[in-house]
Write a protein that binds this ligand. Structure first.
Ligand code: RB5
Length: 145
């Protein structure tokens, strides 16, 4: 199960991401917002991050106008490694190297086709492990200091 969330700035792109996931038969849960009415991105960034950190969902995708606000929020939740991506190579490398469990995108920054390609790549790419495991361990150690 994939957790989804956005504020009003990411709402339109989230609709496209949902269509894309539907077309690929992938299950998701939308944690809001549910309209284009102005709202506060920390509410949704946090809700999706907790769904992932608490094990309700395996991965999360969050979208705001720039992707920056929601990614800042998500990365404050213990156990979350949220990557803000605007290109496919970053999406691939953040899965391989950072084992990112959340993806953030900017609904006012990237186009629909780029976003769909990012989502597809991010969901399909496996963590490379090895030396990257050690580095991620250092992030977890730091969280527990
Ligand atoms: C909302 O206007 C905008 O600030 C928000 O979507 C996001 O870009 C914040 O980082």
């Amino acid at each position: 199960m994939i957790a989804l969330g956005s504020d009003h700035g990411g709402w339109a792109l989230k609709q496209e991401v949902m269509k894309h996931l539907d077309a690929r038969g992938l299950e998701y849960k939308d944690y809001g917002t549910y309209s284009e009415d102005s709202c506060d991105y920390p509410v949704y960034g946090k809700a999706v991050a907790h769904a992932v950190a608490d094990g309700e969902c395996e991965k999360g995708i969050i979208i705001c106008g720039t992707g920056i606000g929601v990614s800042i929020c998500a990365n404050k939740v213990r156990g979350i490694r949220c990557a803000l991506c605007g290109d496919v190579l970053s999406a691939e490398l953040t899965r391989q190297h950072n084992d990112s469990n959340m993806l953030a995108m900017g609904g006012r920054i990237i186009g629909i086709e780029t976003a769909k390609a990012i989502v597809k790549t991010w969901l399909c790419t496996e963590f490379a492990g090895g030396r990257h495991e050690r580095r991620i361990g250092k992030i977890s150690d730091y969280e527990c200091r």
